[in-house]
Design a binder for this molecule. Structure first.
Ligand code: FAD
Length: 118
């Protein structure tokens, strides 16, 4: 078993990055200011340039060319990210996540209604 404190591999880096991105989208304002939109756009556009997994970065670059980021508000951003994540899931032969806001909020913001994450 690989010790917990080893440098991240592609999987561990991916889980950490998706956690950051989906959670940030879940708390992004419904009506972001122009400044918040501009900064979110910069954050997302920096990923294909800086993400330290080069084949992941180049897939994302291609993907973002056909599907430009939606930074209009938290609903649009959450869905856009979910769809980008699903494209990776599909490529890796994993199942698709339901991109409805209810499922996304339950996973990344509110937790399930049974209170098991409270
Ligand atoms: P992850 O895919 O990391 O997902 C973490 C959790 O997110 C899941 O347990 C689930 O609860 C939730 N989730 C799953 N799908 C969605 C969704 N669509 N929307 C919201 N929540 C969801 N790996 C490669 O091998 N090749 C690549 O080209 C590649 N490209 C990547 C590009 C980016 C931008 C990122 C951030 C990661 C990339 N990865 C790539 C890593 C890959 O996506 C996974 O993170 C990694 O394989 C670990 O997978 P996992 O099954 O543990 O869960």
């Amino acid at each position: 078993v690989r010790p917990e404190n080893c440098p991240p591999d592609v999987e561990k880096l991916g889980r950490a990055t998706w956690t950051f991105l989906h959670t940030t989208a879940a708390y992004y304002p419904e009506r972001p200011t122009p400044n918040q939109r501009a900064n979110m756009l910069m954050l997302l556009r920096s990923l294909p340039i800086l993400y330290p997994c080069s084949h992941c970065a180049s897939h994302l670059d291609e993907n973002m060319k056909t599907s430009p980021p939606d930074v209009s508000g938290r609903l649009g951003l959450s869905r856009w990210l979910c769809e980008r994540h699903n494209e990776v899931n599909e490529r890796l032969g994993k199942g698709k996540f339901d991109c409805g806001i209810k499922s996304l909020d339950e996973r990344w913001k509110d937790g399930p209604s049974d209170g098991s994450c409270d």
